[in-house]
Design a binder for this molecule. Structure first.
Ligand code: UTP
Length: 408
């Protein structure tokens, strides 16, 4: 792309400022900048033309879960089915580690956070420890795919390497890098990071499967015989990965996907709820539900929309491959975006200063024909670290680690 072509592309969208330093930068930087402008998807900006809005939801209905009591009764049977699948290498695990953890304000990958007190214990390490429990039980390695982003790939891969993969078999660890999207100010101007670099951020965790395919890992999984992928977040220290009971229950239910859920702590808890939308499984955020829906109860007084998701899903690869090219909704999310100001100085805002564009793994659930809602005990499996203090923080996670007998 030439300078003129770039200007022609940017001007109608009011983004000419991206070329404002063009005369100051060297030839190589010019090429680099023009390549980014060429690849830029300006259609994303239309999403914020009338301010950020969410996609309208369809008709909502409750979706029951297999409950803790039901699971306890069939535990051995589910576990046997799950372990057989794991032994046959039919289950892979996908660690979503491409996020930036802006709420925690870290300047390194979230998985490098030391959650230990008396000894060093990194988030990545604890997740590997959790997975090792299954590996030992099944006496088989579970392929572990780690999604990173351009921003943290180098640090992440180096950290695994330096720590000898925390005892995991490195032949079963595969890294892949997710894609990026531009970050914009509230008035829709794309921020710049450097004079030759547009500000971009990871484009959400919804693109994990297409990025995995682009990295050639679907072929690899097929070679290994993997049929299911268990997707999970980096920041839940109690995360059970490739849980054989969950795998077995999903297979036995004949479902194409499963989602771990916890009973809500109270009707207004700010979690995404797994329910039905226009007859298909769907995860609906608390702010997308009316008070009436949030508070509706069955004859026994139990909340009808009772099960919140914890970002632990099991997907059948066959179905993922089929839906891979379908469009997913893009969410416009307010975030703190570091940028370069008019004078060329770097600014690290303390408050949100613009939007990022993200697709979300939770939207994949609505693309599935069915989904097993699988209840787990909150205090055994859900200790997310999202915030610096208070709810879902390192402190609350440590308390739960203590409760679960994890040494740290
Ligand atoms: P969050 O939505 O909590 O985002 O991610 P985050 O980036 O970790 O934190 P904040 O919101 O900026 O504070 C849930 C999971 O999805 C991954 C994260 O790494 C985490 O495991 N994720 C998120 C990605 O892999 N890529 C993304 O673009 C965003």
């Amino acid at each position: 792309m030439t300078y003129e072509e770039a200007l022609h592309k940017l001007a109608p969208a009011g983004q000419e400022h991206l070329l404002q330093y063009y005369e100051e930068i060297n030839e190589e930087q010019k090429k680099f900048l023009l390549r980014q402008i060429e690849d830029l998807d300006l259609s994303l900006l239309e999403l914020i033309q009338d301010g950020a809005k969410e996609v309208e939801k369809g008709k909502l209905e409750p979706l029951g879960a297999v409950t803790l009591e039901e699971i306890a009764q069939k535990r051995d049977e589910y576990e046997k089915t799950g372990l057989e699948a794991i032994k046959a290498c039919k289950v892979g695990a996908v660690l979503l580690a491409g996020g930036q953890g802006t709420r925690l304000g870290l300047d390194k990958p979230k998985g490098m956070l030391n959650v230990g007190v008396n000894k060093e214990l990194y988030l990545f390490e604890q997740l590997v420890n959790n997975l090792m429990q299954v590996v030992k039980k099944a006496d088989a390695w579970v392929p572990l795919l780690v999604m990173t982003s351009e921003k943290n790939n180098e640090d992440t891969t180096k950290f695994f390497e330096e720590n000898n993969y925390f005892g995991y078999n490195k032949d079963f660890v595969f890294f892949f890098v997710q894609e990026m999207a531009p970050s914009v100010s509230y008035d829709g101007k794309i921020y710049m990071e450097e004079k030759d670099k547009l500000s971009t951020s990871p484009n959400g965790n919804g693109g994990w499967f297409s990025s995995l395919v682009k990295a050639g890992l679907l072929d690899k999984m097929e070679q290994l015989g993997v049929e299911w992928l268990n997707v999970f977040s980096v920041d839940n220290v109690l995360q059970k990965i490739a849980d054989p009971v969950f795998v077995g229950a999903t297979i036995e239910a004949g479902c194409v996907c499963g989602s771990k859920v916890v009973a809500k702590a109270n009707p207004n808890e700010k979690v995404g709820v797994l329910c039905l939308e226009d007859g298909r499984p769907s995860i609906v955020e608390y702010y997308e539900m009316t008070d009436e829906i949030i508070n509706s109860r069955d004859e026994e007084g139990k909340l009808l929309y009772n099960y919140g998701v914890i970002l632990n899903y099991l997907f059948e690869i066959k179905t993922l491959t089929r839906i891979m090219n379908e469009n997913m909704p893009t969410h416009v999310v307010e975030k703190k975006i570091p940028y370069m100001d008019e004078d060329g100085s770097q600014v690290k805002p303390a408050e949100p200063n613009g939007y990022k564009f993200e697709t979300l793994v939770l939207d994949m659930i609505h693309m599935m024909d069915n989904c097993l809602s699988f209840e787990v005990e909150r205090n055994r499996e859900f200790a997310p670290i999202k915030n610096r203090t208070g709810v879902d923080s390192l402190d609350s996670a440590r308390e739960l680690m203590r409760e679960n007998g994890i040494e740290f």
